[in-house]
Design a protein. Structure first.
Length: 310
């Protein structure tokens, strides 16, 4: 089978497509024939070697690429009871030390890393769901806000940001979104009640809407204190980029590290299947054009995910 890997670190030119035998499903494992695997900034960290530099994974000869996947079960291992060959599935994997990832013709995952794909949902589109929607839902859990409380979301027009807006609406939260001026209509449609253009000074703008500050904030734009200062005394703040500032005014701060959660993924996939959250594909690429996909990702401005199709 063909698979995307990194054997040396650098720019998009270091990405390789290798031929390798398809793995065999062992106990508790599921072999998935990949329909689509999205490209995320997590792949850029692998490609550039930052995960090794910061000690997240040991030095290895080869790293697989890809966290998200959607496809069809090709084979199951012993003790797998939730899935059978031919089932449509969606999955995520967070391990950084795997020789092969989801960006391949086949991927081997544990059964708990997978969830059923909703009937009628396009698998290529569903490949955009896992990492971003899971991150958004886990970030909202970390804030632990009550219905009708105020939430600030920075970077609201990005992949995680848009899912955050839609999931916050399902939790009956009131949302202030920060994004580029051109994205106001998009984020309001996704669930933002109020909007602050990225070009404006965020904290004064938020305080003019909600004197005293919002109850919680999810910082997807890496603004750190520039967003945390908009949170009220005793509120909560979640950074998605490991940049939560030192706690002040009894604001509870969290640097969120997302984790695979098959049960949560099943819930999110069901939401997508009924249209409660939106699957957004900006562009698809053949697996062999992975370097072009990374170049497109680096260009920014995407309002949807890039998906590799084997």
């Amino acid at each position: 089978m063909r698979a995307a890997v990194v054997k040396r670190f650098g720019g998009p030119e270091v990405l390789e497509i290798v031929e390798t035998p398809a793995p065999e499903a062992g106990r508790g494992e599921v072999l998935v024939k990949v329909a689509g695997a999205s490209v995320n900034f997590a792949d850029v960290l692998v490609r550039e070697g930052l995960n090794v530099q910061y000690g997240a994974v040991a030095q290895r000869g080869q790293y697989g690429l890809g966290a998200d996947v959607a496809g069809t079960v090709a084979a199951i291992g012993e003790d797998v009871t939730r899935f059978t060959a031919g089932d449509r599935v969606v999955g995520t994997q967070e391990r950084l030390d795997r020789d092969l990832g989801t960006q391949a013709e086949y991927v081997l995952l544990r059964d708990w890393e997978l969830a059923p794909a909703p009937a009628g949902t396009d698998l290529v589109r569903l490949a955009t769901l896992g990492l971003n929607a899971t991150t958004a839902d886990q970030a909202l859990d970390a804030l632990a806000l009550e219905p009708a409380q105020w939430l600030l979301v920075t970077g609201a027009a990005g992949g995680v940001g848009l899912y955050t807006l839609e999931l916050a609406r399902l939790r009956s939260l009131r949302v202030i979104a920060q994004a580029g001026a051109a994205d106001e209509e998009l984020v309001r449609k996704a669930g933002a009640e109020l909007f602050v253009p990225r070009e404006e000074d965020l904290v004064p703008a938020v305080l003019s809407f909600v004197p005293g500050g919002v109850d919680g904030a999810i910082d997807a734009a890496n603004l750190a204190a520039g967003a945390a200062d908009a949170v009220r005394h005793g509120g909560s703040f979640v950074s998605l980029l490991n940049s939560a500032p030192m706690a002040r005014r009894q604001v509870r701060t969290t640097n969120l590290a997302w984790h695979t959660d098959g049960e949560r993924l099943a819930k999110l996939a069901a939401f997508a299947g009924t249209g409660l959250i939106t699957l957004r594909v900006a562009r698809t690429f053949p697996l062999e054009e992975i370097a072009q996909a990374h170049q497109t990702l680096a260009g920014g401005g995407l309002r949807g995910r890039l998906v590799l199709v084997p």
